[in-house]
Design a protein around this ligand. Structure first.
Ligand code: BV8
Length: 237
């Protein structure tokens, strides 16, 4: 019989790959034909906000029509059937965990269907385009909306909650992340330091290899459902 008291699952672009969404590093740094540093940096946004808005406006329909795959559904099943809390810390800006009916989802790099007003901080939820003409519904200012996406060079969201989760979990599972973007890539170290068991799901060993107790290689849509079944079976035995 093995029951964990608190499970944290970190997800990256790899969990959405089987839903047909491109990952970041598979395309050797090109991303929808743009260089990541040309669109996902705070300097790029300050230099040419219209270009960055266009990139995300183009990306939105693609992310919003994607469907959750067996890996997302396995996590939702675990959250439903496991007796103790299971939190998802996701680097992904898509809403596939929400579509899989998961709870406790922490989008540390932001969300594709949100924009934030740089004047008043209001968060605008919208499936439509956001650009320099968009007026903030809260303070009525025009041209101050930014995609609510954490660009390189910006601080992450929900880091207080993340710290608390990492310091208190006894199982840390990483799914589909290459472990090259910080500080998310260091979360496994924090969890391990606080005594958590650490498991990595990927197609190949990542740069964080050393910090994981267990490596489960293969497509997450296949490996994660089997692992969730194992966790639930271990509650009985
Ligand atoms: C920060 C939003 C403090 C965009 C993203 C200089 C100045 C400032 C900061 C830095 C600096 N130098 C370094 C840094 C830190 C920087 C950083 O880490 N840079 C890296 C490139 C070295 N980090 C930051 O800037 C962060 N902020 O540090 O703030 C600060 C502030 C000011 C000044 C100093 C410090 C902000 C990081 C967030 C950036 N925003 N996304 C958007 O998403 O549109 S990051 C982007 O990368 C995505 O969020 C993505 O999720 C994330 C990580 O990528 P992965 O998810 O891992 O995806 P990847 O393609 O890499 O890997 C996919 C994996 O899945 C692969 O391993 C593959 O094998 C596997 N896979 C594929 N298919 C499957 C699979 N696995 C299983 N099954 C499958 N089927």
């Amino acid at each position: 019989m093995k029951q964990y008291r608190s499970i944290v699952i970190l997800t990256g672009a790899g969990i959405s790959a089987e839903s047909g969404l491109a990952t970041f590093r598979a395309a050797n740094g090109l991303w929808n034909n743009h260089r990541v540093e040309d669109v996902a940096t705070i300097e790029a946004f300050e230099r040419n906000p219209a270009y960055v808005h266009d990139f995300y406006n183009e990306l939105k329909p693609e992310l919003n029509k994607a469907r959750p795959n067996a890996a997302h559904l396995a996590i939702a099943r675990l959250q439903k059937e496991y007796p103790t809390p299971v939190h998802i810390i996701t680097q992904n800006v898509d809403t596939l965990h929400e579509k899989a009916k998961s709870q406790n989802i922490w989008h540390i790099h932001g969300q594709i269907n949100q924009a934030v007003c740089l004047n008043c901080g209001h968060i605008l939820e919208t499936f439509g385009d956001v650009d320099m003409q968009t007026v903030c519904p809260n303070c009525q200012t025009q041209g101050m909306m930014k995609p609510n996406i954490v660009f390189f060079g910006e601080n992450l969201l929900y880091m207080d909650k993340v710290e608390q989760l990492l310091n208190n979990c006894d199982l840390f599972v990483s799914v589909g992340t290459s472990g090259v973007v910080f500080p998310a890539a260091a979360f496994v170290q924090t969890a391990k330091y606080h005594g958590a068991e650490t498991v990595e799901f990927n197609l190949e060993p990542t740069s964080n290899n050393f910090y994981f107790d267990r490596h489960i290689m293969g497509p997450a849509g296949v490996t994660l459902p089997a692992y969730v079944e194992e966790l639930l079976q271990n509650l009985q035995s």
